[in-house]
Design a protein around this ligand. Structure first.
Ligand code: GTP
Ligand code: MG
Length: 627
């Protein structure tokens, strides 16, 4: 009888040894990799085929240091290895991925996995790093000593995969004995076994030479220079996002205007034409324009993550973080929230302390995510009279990100105090990985995925909203020549009138209030809504209505003739977007990760109220001061 059951192979190992890189290489997936500990926080499944064409299920586990204790992500790894995860069952084989350049630290886990009685294959990864540091390894000897197959590989180049697949072909290698684990003090026995093994299989170069990593760290971790570099890197990122994306944005915009003109000229005047030209192409286009800049932000975050700089930033922050009652480890999830709060909230699984984890989840959405970028990009140049690019904008952007981050710290401090002391104090040692070359393939595939997801959202969800909004500002119709009167008569006009008194103290008019309301569905929608709501058709001058929305809204006036978007009103609006939580998927993930809807609802109410109050205070105080 042939065995039709698909065998399950788990990839286990310490954090940051290249498990996910190997997983991607084996399965063709593009799961998240990065050069810091704690990138993978949940199980990932994929398939590969052995040399004989046999299908095998591969599980990528979060990294763990041992099979006891640990943070929520590490416990997932333990449970998977013990076969306690229902739908997966007991794995048939474990591939222990070790960093070959650091066997002393990584063999311990391999011994523990062998002790579980699972068949084990050891993948000696990063063999390139080991070799270039002059380390001489003897995989054959290690295999004899442990009684399990040992395969040297270099996962990021796909080297050694054929041999690895040979090792996991059917029939699987038998489980090895663990003679060291019989005594009373197993941990001690394991430790001496590791030392003995390293003696036998690894020959170190004698002198320790100062590596490039060491020299870079002496600058990047320096108490003064390190901070200067951090600020410099942030500025450079924002500056590049502006200056380099002007051109591609111009292309998208010209394309949009071309399409609008094409449709406008080839269709008879009427509702359908308006819907297509202003509602759909105008509204969705206003959002899509920002795609190049969003991708650039993801690119830079990817670069920082894969080079190893992220951990350095967390290390610098450790002192600041401990003052607010968190550890440097909490800074890594916060940093990745700059891209998107959802993976950021997930990444808090690496935090051991339950209370610290809750606090980090609570404040993570205040790290300005990529969805806010379109809003900032629309508004910030209005502060500078419409000029784009340049250092001043980069400075304003850095300030925007800093405001969100600093408020998050203050709130974290207050909240941490209220949750009371932790029963068990965890001493956190931040791991500083060596600097590594980015995996360009991964980064570019990731960008493609992000672009696909963004365009899909624009083409479905945002499109739907734009159609609804268009209908709401067109119907019910009023037989009048004056577009302003027609708008007033429509559903949007009526909603605006209700909202107006609420948002006026914050510095906005009813239409901006309506745009803010629509952006509770997703922040990017704000830009599309603004493009639609401030589109007042001047019938004889079609081109004028089709200029950039920024120029259009900059010219809007209040009834008394003063500009609607005064610098103070723009700042108030920016502050609202820094603080408001307008992302349903984030709330759903928070509810899941914090284990209760109360947290998600509390967070939503708190952040939205905070945003409204902050805007109110800024606008009122600013007005009193005469701005
Ligand atoms: N030089 C070198 N770098 C590698 C190799 N394999 C992986 N890397 C790098 O090692 C880093 C960590 O890779 P990941 O695959 O994210 O590691 P992981 O074990 O999944 O990490 P966690 O999910 O945090 O447990 C990345 O920067 C990779 O580019 C290798 O064979 N040689
Ligand atoms: Mg991983």
């Amino acid at each position: 009888m042939t065995d039709e059951r698909i065998e399950t192979v788990v990839l286990a190992g310490n954090p940051n040894v290249g498990k996910t890189t190997l997983f991607n290489a084996l399965t063709g997936a593009n799961a998240k990799v990065g050069n810091f500990a704690g990138v993978t926080v949940e199980l990932k499944t994929g398939h590969t085929f052995t040399a004989h064409g046999r299908k095998v299920r591969i599980l990528d586990l979060p990294g763990c240091y041992s099979l006891q204790g640990g943070s929520p992500d590490q416990q997932v790894a333990h449970r998977a290895l013990r076969g306690e995860i229902g739908e997966i069952g007991r794995p048939d084989l474990a591939i222990c991925v070790l960093d070959a350049s650091n066997l002393e630290r990584h063999l311990n886990l391999a011994l523990e996995v062998i002790e579980t009685g699972l068949p084990v294959v050891i993948a000696l990864n990063m063999i390139d790093v080991a070799e270039s540091s002059g380390l001489r390894l003897d995989p054959q000897k290690l295999s004899e000593e442990l009684g399990v197959p040992v395969v040297p590989i270099q996962a990021n180049r796909g080297k050694g995969l054929v041999e690895l697949k040979q090792a996991i072909r059917h029939p699987l290698p038998p489980a090895a004995d663990a003679p060291w684990s019989t005594g009373s003090d197993v941990e001690d026995a394991r430790r001496s076994r590791v030392l003995a093994l390293c003696e036998i299989v690894a020959r170190r170069p004698t002198a320790h030479t100062s590596t490039v990593s060491d020299r870079l760290d002496s600058v990047l971790l320096h108490p003064v220079l390190g901070w200067l570099c951090f600020i410099g890197i942030m500025l450079a990122v924002f500056w590049t996002i502006f200056s380099l994306s002007e051109t591609p944005m111009g292309w998208v915009e010209s394309g949009q205007i071309w399409l609008q003109d094409l449709v406008a000229n080839s269709m008879a005047e009427g509702d359908l034409r308006d819907l297509l030209v202003d509602g759909i192409i105008g509204g969705v286009g206003a959002v899509v324009i920002f795609l190049p800049q969003i991708l650039m932000l993801f690119f830079f975050i990817g670069l920082l993550e894969s080079s190893g700089y992220m951990s350095r930033a967390a290390y610098l922050m450790d002192g600041v973080m401990s003052k607010v009652g968190l550890s440097g480890k909490a800074f890594l999830p916060l940093l990745s929230s700059y891209a998107c709060a959802i993976p950021g909230v997930m990444a808090t699984r690496t935090i051991d302390s339950a209370k610290e984890r809750l606090v980090t989840i609570f404040v993570a959405p205040w790290m300005s995510c990529s969805a806010r970028l379109p809003v900032y990009l629309l508004l910030v140049p209005m502060l500078l009279g419409g000029s784009e690019g340049g250092l001043v904008q980069a400075l304003i952007f850095t300030a925007i990100y800093a405001v969100g981050t600093l408020t998050a710290f203050v709130v974290a401090r207050v909240l941490r105090g209220r949750l009371g002391p932790e029963e068990i104090v965890h001493h956190f040692i931040l791991e500083l990985p060596p600097y590594r070359a980015p995996q360009w393939g991964y980064i570019f595939r990731h960008l493609l995925e992000r672009a696909g997801a963004f365009l899909k959202k624009a083409g479905t969800f945002i499109l739907g909203l734009m159609i609804l909004l268009w209908a709401a500002q067109t119907y019910p119709k009023l037989d009048s020549e004056d577009p302003a009167e027609r708008l007033e008569h429509s559903i949007v006009g009526r909603i605006s009138q209700v909202i107006e008194p609420v948002v006026r103290p914050l510095g906005f008019d009813g239409r901006t209030g309506t745009a803010i309301l629509t952006s509770f569905a997703a922040r990017e929608v704000f830009v599309g809504s603004m493009a639609q709501l401030y589109h007042v058709e001047e019938s004889d001058d079609e081109t004028q209505t089709r200029q950039r929305i920024r120029e259009r809204i900059a010219n809007e006036k209040r009834p008394d003739g003063s500009p609607l978007f005064s610098p103070l009103a723009v700042i108030s609006l920016l502050v609202f977007y820094i603080y408001a939580l307008q992302c349903l998927p984030t709330s759903a993930v928070v509810a899941r990760e914090a284990g209760s809807w109360k947290w998600a609802v509390g967070q939503f109410v708190f952040m939205s109220a905070f945003a409204a109050i902050a805007s109110l205070v800024i606008f009122q105080v600013g007005s009193l001061l005469g701005f």
